[in-house]
Design a protein around this ligand. Sequence first.
Ligand code: SF4
Length: 92
Amino acid sequence: MSPIEPNIPLFDHSKRRDGTFESADFTFYKECDRYICPGCAILKPKHRNFATPRPDVDADGFILYRASKLECDVCALKPKCCPVTPMRKIMR
Ligand code: SF4
């Protein structure tokens, strides 16, 4: 028994119930701050440079990694990855 017992159960929200790829199916490469999806595309916080720089980290301390819509549009794995959204996103 650990000395500190949580009073609130912790839920793992990274699992998906609709059979689509889970976050664990994407590989994170810390050295370049990128995810690689099962279709070998890159997910990153930004896909273009903004005139006014924007932070990658939101107010809650999360970073949203996005795939390219152009790549997801033509990907054969899209029905198994992001069937109802234009591109796949992963929160970290
Ligand atoms: S739909 Fe997009 S993110 Fe998903 S596997 Fe294909 S290219 Fe990768």
